[in-house]
Design a protein around this ligand. Structure first.
Ligand code: HPA
Length: 263
């Protein structure tokens, strides 16, 4: 039996696997053309760079529904994502990793759900979901996958913050200092542009989902200016560490993990 996991790469996370095959997919939400598959022992590992292979798709234009639906169709049960984030909590520094446990959704313009009242979603276990669906979201990220990420970062000697509130904005601009001050007052730890609706859609389709956030900068107003180049630069610097973390994830992932995060 092959177990199917996916890695969704954020800014700067490309080409994790050398011998990867292209897996083009068509979904009711559109095509997914940047998905690849590598095999490792009893795993099929799908890799999806969410900004496209050349980082050409900005955060607010990513087709999150097509991406997550494609992984669902392929039978993926666990998603390990990565995100570039700015720190809102000034005790967290660029270069640190954060495995957030909470989300504050500050997006305004993104399709957030598969459940429009009409669409029926079928699951491999024979069940389906349709109509008015209100899911529990007490734990937005899978606690078991979070624990795996924490262990993997510790194993490679990275600086890891084991929880945090991930504030998600629409972007593509960075925030104003006033927004960062507001997020600080709300209890935010880091700010990024892509965890919503990705994490929500994965939960709707009953996939375990967790994210490895790399802090690339302090939030607006904490440092003087923010540039996309510095975000990409820091990711480049940490590419080898991220690859090591992903290798640990693949070798540590329990195949028959029992998890009730997605009921
Ligand atoms: N804000 C939003 N998204 C980000 C940031 C930021 O400061 N840094 C990296 N991604």
């Amino acid at each position: 039996m092959q177990y199917k996991i996916a890695i969704i790469g954020g800014s700067g996370v490309y080409g994790l696997f050398k011998k990867a095959q292209k897996v083009p997919m068509k979904t009711p939400y559109g095509k997914v053309e940047n998905l690849t598959r590598a095999k490792h022992k009893e795993y099929d590992i799908y890799f999806l760079p969410r900004h496209g292979p050349k980082h050409s798709v900005p955060p607010h234009l990513i087709n999150y529904r097509a991406n997550i639906y494609a992984l669902h169709e392929l039978g993926v049960s666990k998603i390990f994502a990565t995100n570039a984030v700015g720190s809102i909590d000034t005790s967290l520094n660029p270069g640190d990793f954060v495995i957030p446990d909470q989300i504050v959704d500050m997006t305004k313009h993104r399709p957030l759900t598969f459940f429009d009242g009409a669409t029926k979603i079928n699951f491999a276990d024979g069940t389906s979901r349709q109509g008015v669906v209100h899911l529990d979201y007490t734990n937005p990220y899978c606690p078991k996958l979070r624990a795996q990420y924490i262990r993997a970062v510790e194993d490679v000697g990275g600086m890891v913050h084991t929880k945090g509130v991930h504030v998600c904005t629409d972007g593509p601009r960075f925030e104003t200092p006033a927004e960062i001050t507001m997020f600080q007052k709300m209890g935010g730890t880091v700010v990024g542009m892509t965890t919503v609706p990705e994490a929500i859609l994965a939960r709707e389709l009953k996939m375990c989902y967790s994210t490895l956030c790399l802090i690339t900068n302090y939030g607006a107003g904490i440092q003087e200016k923010i540039s996309h180049e510095e975000v990409v630069e820091l990711f480049k610097e940490k590419t080898d560490t991220i690859k090591e973390i992903m290798k640990k994830i693949v070798s540590q992932t329990e195949l028959d993990i029992k998890c009730d995060c997605k009921d």
